[in-house]
Ligand binder design. Structure first.
Ligand SMILES: Cc1ncc(COP(=O)(O)O)c(C=O)c1O
Length: 744
């Protein structure tokens, strides 16, 4: 059905008007300005498609005095004059209801059929993916609007609803002091209240589910209402909480909630939520309300969410609006709903201007705190990726941010042409922690790897006595050490190498997890064995127990350097400071990166013995940024945190728990679960589903993860994660896995 054709108003439903007391009196008339819009073919060329369908719900049956029934007509006249908005929307319906002159029945005569009729266009909008805006009327119209939206979602999932209101609207006929239905619609939608109105909701499928409803701005209500909502588990953000946290934060959280596990969500706004100083023309004003500008900004963010379906504005009372102050505010709200910023723009910029060397998941992240990140529309995610272990301390850890800021004000960058007061202390600390003697600071992980390769070769020539140009370095199948030409040259992954040759010679690959293969590969020219204690990018592969210790023994026997790449596994990630400690191995060389920079800066290091490091002489190697005081200050504070917050022990404890709980996950998708500490992964059965699809489903459940090699999902949260947060993550992961639709 084409709702967007300007001037066209619904057809089949017109006939339904006859049998009740309502009339569709005023489906946009031939004289109305909207009628003058050209037909669709021409319209396309002339002006943009309207983005919102307006539905007038001119019903005041639930409220005292019923004056707000005049609201839609008043607003329509006003909006028709708005040049900026005229083409942003199209009037879909103008429904109205009339009470019997002396009707004193309950619910008020005509309300039930009115709500049914209102539900219909809303349902059709939602089903066709058109955003709608219902202009009430008193708030009893919400019963029709949200039942329509609920049914329109069909199999897409249940409805989420943000209810913004000074009152709770959770009365039942028994608890309402006034007996007015406009104080009851939320209770009705949740399945409580007058059976006639509730039955309206039960017609297709269950009522609105309390866990998908957030109520914002409540400040005037009866204890019965509060008790009912608390018992049901509706999240109520009372006005004092809104004042304390700010509406933007509350709304962002609410949007996250109502999007989680639902097919879409809407917002219903009782104008009495706005402070009466700004919006006085409402039916039942309540003091100390939400500021209008704050409301508008928050609604704009909510309306930009991908699963936003539509909005309802109720309880505007025109007879009280002699100066049109409140009508102006409503007009601005319509504008907000009709001209939402396009959430895709940041994503599109990246897609347009960036190299296509990554394929990010479709989410635009804008801020992070602790284990959470938020997207550009306020949806919160639990970060189970932690930027490939770079964010082990969580996002924006206050101590790290402070260390960064303090050092940035003191001294940030001078190059290694000079000494600084930060690099020495960091080197001492790291050497002591890792039982090594010397450090060479770099920035990214791969630079540390390159440094180690250069050191190993030079050591082989200068110390071991390997003939010039013949040094060999043994690496493993499935390795990942970064992306420079030398490093991809020693990778077994065809895609990493494809098109980038010729590569440096002198590397030999052996199977991972097999110490005998190492021994067999070693020759007199072997300088070093470079290995990850657990392969992360290779698919979260944990080698057999005793492997690393056996490799260390082989290396010792043959005077070969054992270099452990702990860029990802180091600094507590696997439940030990270094993953090689699980086997009591002290390597000849250690590579650190990622977490060393506290998630704020790239800081990496190659650590080794004096004998090996002494092969470097001034000018042999270096980096402008390596060892800069800013990075050192952050790294030092990161090491302090690791110790003081006992993050290594926490990773061991919570890691065991995570692994055990992941292993309990059942289902056709899960092939294997593996890992150590907070460094775990699930291998998926990719004949059933692609890893990408699972990651996208996880996103919908508020979990940030990413696959490696299209088969393994990694779950490696910040080490600061708390048990309750991990439980929450596990619950979401389980639900997401159950919800993934298999490949056809
Ligand atoms: C084990 C290992 N080494 C080295 C690197 C490269 O680090 P960077 O991306 O900082 O260069 C990575 C990156 O994922 C890694 O996992």
């Amino acid at each position: 059905m084409d709702f967007l054709r300007a001037g066209r108003v619904e057809s089949s439903m017109d006939t339904a008007a006859k049998h009740d007391e309502m009339l569709d009196h005023d489906r946009v008339s031939a004289r109305s300005p909207e009628r003058a819009l050209p037909r669709r073919g021409r319209q396309r060329a002339l002006r943009p498609e309207p983005s919102v369908c307006l539905i007038g719900a001119a019903c005041g049956l639930g409220a005292p005095g019923a004056y707000c029934a005049e609201a839609p007509a008043r607003l329509r006249a006003r909006l028709a004059l708005s040049t900026s908005l005229r083409h942003a929307f199209v009037w879909r319906n103008m429904l109205s209801a009339r009470a019997k002159p002396n009707g004193d029945d309950f619910p008020p005569h005509g309300l039930v059929p009115f709500c049914r009729r209102l539900a219909r266009p809303v349902r059709e909008c939602v089903a066709s993916g058109t955003r709608f805006l219902v202009l009430g009327g008193d708030h009893s119209c919400a019963i029709g609007t949200w039942n329509g939206a609920r049914v329109g979602l069909g199999r897409r999932g249940p409805l989420g609803l943000i209810w913004i209101d000074a009152h709770m609207d959770a009365h039942t006929p028994r608890t309402s002091p006034s007996g007015r239905v406009h104080g009851m619609p939320l209770a009705c939608l949740l399945g409580f209240g007058d059976p006639l109105l509730v039955r309206l909701g039960e017609r297709k499928g269950p009522c609105l589910l309390p866990q998908h409803v957030c109520l914002i701005g409540a400040r005037s209500f009866e204890p019965d209402e509060e008790a009912l909502l608390a018992r049901l588990g509706v999240r109520v953000y009372r006005m004092d909480e809104v004042h304390c946290r700010g509406l933007a934060a509350v709304m962002a959280e609410a949007v996250g909630r109502v999007q989680s596990g639902t097919g879409g969500f809407g917002v219903t706004l009782d104008l009495d939520a706005v402070d009466p100083g700004e919006a006085p023309a409402v039916v039942t004003p309540a003091t100390d309300g939400i500021g209008f500008d704050e409301l508008r900004l928050s609604l704009r963010a909510a309306a930009a969410a991908p699963r936003f379906l539509g909005m309802e504005i109720a309880e505007f009372n025109p007879p009280m609006d002699s100066d049109e102050r409140t009508a102006k505010l409503v007009e601005k709200l319509v504008e907000t709903a009709a001209q939402v910023p396009r959430p895709a723009s940041a994503l599109e910029l990246e897609r347009h201007y960036l190299a296509r060397n990554y394929e990010p998941l479709p989410v635009v992240l804008t801020r992070g705190k602790g284990v959470y990140v938020w997207d550009d529309v306020g949806h919160r995610y639990l970060d189970m990726m932690a930027a490939y272990s770079a964010v082990s301390f969580g996002h924006a850890h206050p101590r790290l941010v402070r260390a960064l800021a303090v050092q940035a004000r003191r001294l940030s960058m001078v190059s290694r042409a000079y000494y600084t007061d930060r690099l020495g202390p960091l080197a001492k600390r790291l050497c002591e922690l890792t039982r090594t003697q010397r450090l060479l600071p770099m920035n990214t992980g791969v630079e540390a790897v390159e440094t180690a390769l250069k050191a190993a070769r030079k050591w082989a020539y200068k110390v071991k006595g390997v003939p010039e140009g013949r040094a060999e370095i043994v690496v493993c199948d499935g390795n990942f050490h970064g992306r420079t030409i030398a490093v991809v040259g020693m990778s077994a992954e065809p895609q990493y190498r494809d098109g980038f040759g010729p590569f440096a010679p002198g590397f030999l690959q052996i199977p991972y997890g097999n110490a005998a293969a190492l021994e067999a590969a070693i020759t007199d020219c072997t300088a070093a064995f470079l290995v990850e204690p657990i392969q992360g990018e290779g698919g979260m592969v944990v080698p057999p127990e005793g492997y690393l210790a056996a490799c260390a023994a082989v290396c010792r026997r043959h005077n070969v350097l054992l270099i452990c790449d702990e860029v990802q596994t180091g600094l507590g990630r696997t439940g030990r400071l270094l993953a090689c400690e699980h086997e009591n191995v002290v390597p000849d060389g250690i590579l650190l990166g990622k977490a060393l920079g506290g998630g704020l800066l790239p800081v990496s290091a190659f650590l080794t013995s004096e004998e090996v490091m002494n092969v470097f002489t001034p000018g042999d190697h270096g980096s402008t940024f390596g060892g800069n005081p800013l990075g050192c200050a952050v790294a030092l504070e990161a090491l302090n945190l690791l110790e003081e917050e006992q993050l290594v022990e926490r990773a061991a404890r919570l890691g065991d728990y995570l692994l055990q709980r992941l292993r309990e996950l059942r289902g056709p998708l899960v092939r294997a679960v593996r890992g150590k500490g907070l460094f775990t992964g699930i291998e998926l059965d990719t004949s059933v589903v692609s890893a990408r699809r699972v990651c996208e489903t996880m996103l919908r459940y508020g979990i940030l993860t990413k696959d490696t090699h299209d088969t393994v999902l990694r779950f490696a949260p910040p080490l600061v994660i708390r048990r309750a947060q991990l439980d929450d993550a596990l619950e979401r992961i389980g639900r997401a896995l159950n919800d993934v639709r298999p490949l056809r």
